[in-house]
Design a protein around this ligand. Structure first.
Ligand SMILES: Cc1ncc(COP(=O)(O)O)c(C=O)c1O
Length: 396
């Protein structure tokens, strides 16, 4: 461990705040568990920040990676690619029949593609309205779309044409629309902002607003898509389809791949030369993603996610009731959930959970977030609840 820590402090730019003597170095994973360099085992309720949706090293995913890696890892995007085509077909058929896909390497890049498409559709319209408290990524345009000034400070001037409106407040969005507005960009469930679920009327209202004002409706499902809410796509919870959908995180099951799916009327907006990326959707990541999607399509998979989501809600609401001085409320849908605390002790609770062998996430000082693998089983969840309950008791 000393060696790993000294490599980190000597050679890695400290953007993640890892702490010597405290942050584990994870070296192995299987299913819902990971192990650190000392052999200590952790229950992973963070799931690589919503990436390890089918658990760690799922045999079907590792087999797909291995087979493809032994055959062909990468070609330029100048050539046809069967794994890319097959993955695009799976995404389009599942999310937006008639649409088409652009492959990127991350969530921010998928959002960049969506922003660029929205601007290119009509040269008069370039403004994007997103929500306050949203998170869309760290590249400059996705950062400009991110409605959290704390992430933007120090990087000004940001690209112009971005404004943010109140989440779950249709009038606030409508009030910002003008002749130059190109799109509304929204996370149906705000993840980094602390797990806030959009209301049905709000999402339906945004769809109508976009239809009336000829705006593109962009859903950023980088965190809340891919089965996370108990439906394949979060938008299915609302009976509303977006014009552009962005996906990443869980798509590759641990390999970096993002995608922007455009609905049928917009598939011609980007043309050869107008957008590209060297690695986007290479053979290995697309093979992994196909394996992930096949698992999500297995019978009852999503019904089980909903059932496990219900189990978490019941357990966490019970915990919230037990410790009202500490826990303000539970929020979530499916397997994206948060406990908001009344006191700024989220980081201390996270530290204690890590010591006790459970990985969770803290957002700021007051919010604990859980994003377990969708494949987690009931017994593992119960083990997690027991430990979280025990740790919370210490803070009473
Ligand atoms: C909703 C959402 N969009 C975009 C991103 C950015 O994704 P990436 O970190 O892969 O660039 C994130 C990352 O947390 C996210 O949660």
């Amino acid at each position: 461990m000393d060696h790993i820590e000294s490599l980190e402090s000597n050679y890695i730019i400290n953007t993640y705040g890892r702490k010597p003597g405290y942050t584990p170095a994870l070296v192995k994973g299987q299913g819902s568990y990971v192990w650190d360099s000392s052999g200590k085992k952790y229950l992973d309720l963070l799931g690589g920040l919503a990436v390890n949706i089918v658990g760690h090293c799922h045999p079907k995913v590792t087999a797909a990676i291995k087979t493809q890696a032994e055959m062909l890892m990468h070609t330029s995007n100048l050539y046809y690619s069967q794994p890319q085509g097959e993955l695009a077909a799976m995404l389009v058929e599942s999310a937006m029949p008639g649409g088409k896909v652009f492959f990127a390497n991350s969530g921010a890049e998928a959002n960049e593609a969506a922003i660029k498409l929205a601007r290119k559709r009509n040269s008069e319209r370039y403004k994007i309205i997103s929500a306050k408290n949203s998170f869309h990524g760290r590249t400059l345009a996705s950062l400009a779309a991110t409605g959290q000034p704390k992430h933007q400070q120090g990087f000004e001037p940001l690209p112009e044409g971005f404004a943010s409106a109140e989440f779950n407040n249709l009038n606030s969005f409508a009030g910002l629309v003008d002749q130059q507005t190109a799109a509304i960009m929204i996370e149906p469930v705000q993840g980094e902002g602390g797990v806030h679920v959009a209301e049905e009327n709000f999402i339906k209202g945004l769809r109508e607003l976009c239809n009336e004002a000829d705006l593109l409706l962009i859903f950023d499902e980088v965190q809340c898509g891919m089965g996370r809410t108990g439906k394949m796509w979060a938008f299915e919870n609302y009976g509303v389809t977006p014009d552009l959908l962005t996906v990443a995180k869980g798509l590759g099951g641990g390999l970096p791949v993002g995608a922007m799916v455009a609905a049928e009327p917009y598939v011609e907006v980007l043309q050869p030369g107008s957008h590209a990326t060297t690695f986007g959707g290479n053979q290995v990541v697309c093979s992994a993603a196909q394996a992930v999607l096949k698992i999500l399509r297995e019978e009852d998979f999503l019904a089980q996610v909903r059932q496990k989501g219900y189990m978490i809600r019941t357990a966490m609401e019970e915990i919230a009731k037990q410790y009202p001085q500490l826990v303000k409320e539970f929020r979530g849908i499916g397997l994206i959930c948060a406990l908001e605390l009344n006191r700024p002790v989220a980081k201390e609770i996270l530290s204690r959970c890590t010591e006790e062998g459970v990985l969770i996430n803290a957002i700021g000082e007051n919010i604990l977030r859980l994003l377990p693998p969708l494949t987690i089983v009931d017994e593992e969840l119960k083990e997690g609840f027991r430990i979280i309950d025990r740790v919370l008791k210490e803070f009473m």
